[in-house]
Design a protein. Sequence first.
Length: 182
Amino acid sequence: MLSQFSSEGGKKCLKDIIEVEKDVYPVGRLDYDSEGLLLLTNDTSINHQLLHPSFEHKRTYWVQVDGAITADAASQLAKGVAINIDGQQYKTKPAIVQLLPDDINVPDRNPPIRFRKTIPATWASITLTEGKNRQVRKMFAAVGFPVLRLIRAQLGNYTIEKMQPGDLLSLTEQEVKAGFFR
């Protein structure tokens, strides 16, 4: 589904599953093929602090790729790689990259990712402090590993652990600030 409140091209969007006041917006939208944690708020100062590049808040993604991620590829990702942003070359900031176990506990995806018997689909975790359009997908493609599945697993101190697709948590302003700003 689209992580916005307006529909495009007949795709499901947030208004199809939840009702919120008109001034509530998603912070750091996910693209149509991505999954995971999404913060909705009507507090423009929180929105600004989480999206403006100068604040460099951390966000962690679990990434399943086509192939077995090499140590060299992980090292390149950690140092930053060149990607294309709006027709310009851009070198990403350093990231924290870790390989994850193949049996990572995530809900099944609908529709499921493609399965190829002879090519592994491995998982990695990447923590960024910036959020360019489709950045994670572009970074992994730059080191030769196309993304099959992308899950935003953590924003600030909030994680998807112990959550299922569609779960909603209602947070107070103090809880939001404590989870993102120290």
